[in-house]
Each structure stands twice: as C-alpha cells, then as structure tokens.
Design a protein around this ligand. Structure first.
Ligand SMILES: *[C@@H]1O[C@H](CO)[C@@H](O)[C@H](O)[C@H]1NC(C)=O
Ligand SMILES: *[C@@H]1O[C@H](CO)[C@@H](O)[C@H](O)[C@H]1NC(C)=O
Ligand SMILES: *[C@@H]1O[C@H](CO)[C@@H](O)[C@H](O)[C@H]1NC(C)=O
Ligand SMILES: *[C@@H]1O[C@H](CO)[C@@H](O)[C@H](O)[C@H]1NC(C)=O
Ligand SMILES: *[C@@H]1O[C@H](CO)[C@@H](O)[C@H](O)[C@H]1NC(C)=O
Length: 484
C-alpha cells in the first residue's frame, strides 16, 4: 500500500491524515452541492484509498440498489418421474413472469406433462454426462448431472443476476423472506448461504460445513463465476462422494469460501409430526421447507398439498412473521400463550418462560428413525402425556384478514386460530382450565417485522373472559421487557 521507505512512513501517514480530514470536509461539502460523491482530485491516490477505507465511501457514483426478486435466478434439479407429484409445490411459491429460473430434468418430459404450463418455471434437459471420464469412476454417476445444475444455469446467460438459488423439486421457498435476507449480504462478494440438517447424524455423515440442497441455498454471482470455471475439474477430484451437495460444498471450500449458515433454510430431516418443530421456529426469517411429502401433513385433517397452500395463505399479507414465535401471559388465569405466527398457538395453564418455550416439543422423529441423543442440532422438550401443567391446549391457523380504517392508516392483520382437539385433562390448578377457549384472534401490525433489530416481538392477552374467543395483540417489546 505504501511504497515508501519505512522511515518516511510516519510522516507520510500524518500528511495523509491532514489531507484526509481536509479532503473529507471538502467531500462533505460536495455531497451537499451535488448528488454525486465527487472526490477532490488533489489528494494522492494512496491517501484516497485509505480515506475511502476509513469512511467507507461508495466507490462508484451510483448507489447500489437493494436486491429485488428479479435479480435472483432459481436453479432447480428435478426428475421427470417425480414431477407429477411435486409440481403442485411450485404453484405455491413460484411467481410466473416474476421469479426467474429453470428446472433441470434428467430427460425429456413425458407427453402427459406437455404442453409445459407458463405458470411453472421453464424446463431444461441436463447435458448428458456419460461423456465425462469421471462418470465411470464415480460411486454414483447420476449425481454429476445434479452438481452441474449450477453450471448449466449460469450458461443460460441471464442478465443482471445477483444470486443463484439452488433447490430441489420438493423445496418450498418463501421468496419475499429470501429476498429480504439476501439484501443483508453484499452480492459482489463471495457468499454461500444456506443451512445444515436438523439432525446431528446427517451433518456428521455429510458435513457440518455443507448447505443441504433440499433446504435450498444461495450463491452470489462472483462465487458462481469462480465455481463454474473449475466445476468439471473439481467433480473429478471427488468421485467418492455420494451426494451432489457434498461435491458442491467441497468445490466451494476449495475456492476458499465458507458456508454462511442461516437458520431459516429447512432441510427437514425430520419425519412424522413436525408440528412441534414448526411451532418453535428459530428466531430467523422462514426461508424454505423441504420433505413436506415425507412428514405428516403440517395441519391436522387436511392433505399435504392443501396444508402447504394453507400455510401460504397465512403468508399472504406478510411473510416476515411467518412461524415467528411470540410469548405472552395472562396474569389472573396464570396462562402462557406461545404463538407461531400463521401456524399454531399453544396455551399452557402455567407460566413457562420463553427460554423454555423456544425449545420445540419433540413431536417428530429423526431421519434415521432411531432416537439416539443427541439427535438434533437444537434442544427439544419431551411431551409429558397426562400432565395438565406441561401439556398445552393446541390451536392451528384457520384464517387471515386485513383490517384497515378508511384511510388505511392504522392497518392491522387479524389471524384466527381454532382448537384442534379437546385436551381431555383436568386443569393444572383449581379453577383455571382453558378448556372453554375454542378460538383465538391475534392482531398484529401490517408492517414487516425487521430482523435487523434482532429482537422478537411481545404480545398482550387482551381478552379471555365471557367468551370462547381469546384475543391477543402482537406489538414491539418495551425496552427491558422480559417474557417470563
Ligand atoms: C407471462 O408472460 C407471457 C408473455 O408476456 C404471457 O404470454 C403469459 O401468459 C404470462 N404468464 C402468466 C402466468 O402470467
Ligand atoms: C447419454 O449418452 C449415452 C451415450 O451416448 C446414451 O447411451 C444415453 O442414453 C444418454 N443418456 C441420456 C439421458 O440421454
Ligand atoms: C385519515 O387520515 C387523516 C390524515 O391523514 C386523519 O386526519 C384522519 O383522522 C384519518 N381518518 C381515519 C378514519 O383514521
Ligand atoms: C386498504 O387496503 C386494502 C388492502 O390492501 C385494500 O383492499 C383497500 O382497497 C384499501 N382501501 C383504501 C380506501 O385505500
Ligand atoms: C379461583 O379459585 C380461587 C381459590 O382457589 C378463588 O379465590 C377465585 O375467586 C376463583 N376464581 C374464579 C374466577 O372462580
């Protein structure tokens, strides 16, 4: 940076400092008189670069705009065989003529899948990989095609792309939350953003440093450029990996880029009833859900696809709060409410602090189907059947509407939750049973929840008397408010 001899360095730094301060003053002046950050050219370029570093000035006249949905390209690998069952998931999140991307198939779609509907992502047929010499050496040659999805997506040559988002044909994305999340990262740098599995064993077997592909992950444009330059050579280094995500994460690691974990990407390596997990989502925006055709339907009494559509209904006005957990209490009744926005509400007939309620009930089973703790990457609570103090009353999301006044100035969203079944237990304490509550209305602001604040929301139980409907209002927490 400073080509001078060491003994000149101090003097030069001092001079640079003075010039920098003078220059910055001038710069501020120019900022006032002009829309563009005109930099005074009297300062030497050495000083200028340190000045830029110190004050983090924009290096180009144009401010970089916030990332929007059209600057993402989705690259999905799928198989023709599974498409019939899985295409309905796309109808829930894909936005025709808004979201960009492709689904890469193993072969030409069969006639029953054609003509290809315009409301689904356009399809491509993956390049035949049998010609690569690694094909014969590879333990599972079929994964080569899947690893190369990113290369083939990049080769499509889309313009103005900031992020490539990879996913499987059974990944459901929450696109607004994804865009909001990616806005927090600099797309001109090297980023590999995704999530590991919920199960310790999956991460142990594959990698703790790998984004699981079913959960989806995002690659910044510069990373993709570097990756595709080396991809075929890299695949040749790893003929012993069984899973495409392993190969890709190895190639990215070899470029010197780490995984940036984000907790809203969900591989869902959990089976059976995942409602306990979804009712205590980590404090991060919900980005994706996967394996929904393997777990039980997420809402009781409705099928898998309708369940996903129902969750998407909850997201209609505001994805930012979806599944976010809010806890509040009713003093006289001694009840605790734990709300997973747009999904479920649990009422406990005793006070339980938020630090405990944020641990999911272990309603689910690990992917391996065998309990052998530590199974999960998070703490859980075990269900204590027949304990009226530990067993909650369970309600699920039913409907949503927007309440606006005449000017739409005090917008609120009201979500209704309905009891899923009677608890059939005596009350936790003498006369404070919540058995009579059958419906809960939750009022929340129509504005988006900002995760930059890094604090969840609080709520008040407004009304639990004289009616079967409880009312709760979600609001910002007060400065030192605690939920306990
Ligand atoms: C998308 O745009 C194309 C061309 O403008 C149009 O033909 C098509 O109907 C649109 N599809 C949807 C689902 O809006
Ligand atoms: C790929 O090419 C090989 C050799 O030409 C051929 O046998 C195979 O059927 C091709 N695979 C596909 C999916 O087209
Ligand atoms: C509508 O907005 C105006 C000012 O913007 C305010 O004075 C008025 O009270 C509002 N009306 C209602 C019904 O909130
Ligand atoms: C208020 O907002 C709702 C929902 O966005 C919209 O349907 C309605 O037309 C708006 N009303 C007025 C008066 O702007
Ligand atoms: C509940 O029971 C307590 C005594 O255990 C009594 O003091 C109180 O008045 C009762 N509340 C109601 C609403 O019945």
């Amino acid at each position: 940076m400073y080509p001078q001899k060491p003994n000149n360095l101090t003097n030069r730094l001092n001079l640079c400092k003075i010039l920098a301060i003078a220059g910055f003053t001038l710069f501020i002046f120019f900022m006032y008189v002009s829309h563009y950050p005109v930099l005074p050219n009297s300062i030497s370029s050495d000083c200028l670069s340190s000045l830029k570093k110190t004050f983090d000035l924009p290096s180009s006249p144009q401010q970089v705009s916030a990332t929007d949905i059209t600057q993402l390209v989705f690259a999905i690998s799928g198989s023709v065989k599974a498409w019939r069952d899985r295409r309905s998931y796309f109808r829930e999140w894909w936005r025709p003529n808004v979201t960009r991307g492709y689904i890469f198939f193993d072969k030409k779609p069969t006639p029953d899948l054609l003509p290809w509907p315009s409301e689904l992502p356009p399809y491509r047929i993956s390049e035949n990989t049998t010609k690569f010499d690694v094909y014969l050496r590879h333990v599972k040659p079929n994964v080569i095609r899947i690893v190369r999805t990113i290369l083939e997506a990049h080769r499509e040559g889309d313009k103005d792309v900031r992020w490539y988002v990879m996913g499987d044909d059974d990944t459901v994305f929450f696109v607004d939350n994804l865009v909001e999340l990616l806005r927090r990262y600099d797309h001109t740098k090297y980023y590999y953003i995704g999530g590991v599995s919920e199960c310790v064993k999956s991460n142990f077997d594959f990698s703790f440093e790998m984004a699981f592909g079913g959960a989806g992950f995002a690659l910044s444009y510069p990373l993709v450029e570097a990756l595709v330059d080396n991809l075929d050579a890299c695949i040749g280094i790893y003929p012993f990996y069984y899973v495409s995500d392993q190969i890709l994460s190895a190639c990215i690691a070899d470029l010197g880029v780490p995984l940036t974990p984000e907790r809203g990407f969900h591989q869902i390596d959990l089976v059976h009833d995942i409602s306990g997990y979804l009712s205590a989502h980590p404090q991060a925006p919900l980005i994706s859900l996967h394996h929904l055709d393997i777990a039980f339907p997420i809402f009781p009494g409705i099928n898998r696809h309708t369940s996903v559509a129902h969750l998407m209904n909850a997201a209609k006005f505001d994805q930012s709060r979806l599944l976010q957990q809010t806890v509040c209490y009713h003093k006289e009744k001694n009840w605790a409410f734990s709300i997973a926005s747009g999904y479920s509400i649990y009422i406990y007939e005793q006070y339980i602090p938020r630090s405990i309620l944020r641990r999911p009930f272990e309603t689910f089973t690990p992917w391996s189907l065998k309990r052998h703790p530590p199974d999960y990457m998070f703490n859980t609570r075990l269900l204590v059947p027949d304990d009226p103090c530990e067993t909650p009353h369970v309600f699920f999301f039913h409907s949503i509407k927007r309440l606006g006044n005449d000017n739409n100035t005090t917008d609120e969203i009201v979500m209704t939750y309905i009891r899923s079944m009677q608890r059939r237990l005596p009350p936790c304490s003498s006369n404070h049973s919540a058995d009579y509550i059958s419906r809960i209305e939750v009022y929340s602001p129509a504005s988006k929840l900002s995760f930059v604040e890094n604090r969840g929301e609080c709520c008040d139980v407004l009304d639990v008397d004289d009616s079967r409907t409880a009312k709760v209002k979600i609001r910002a927490c007060q400065k030192s408010e605690i939920m306990a």
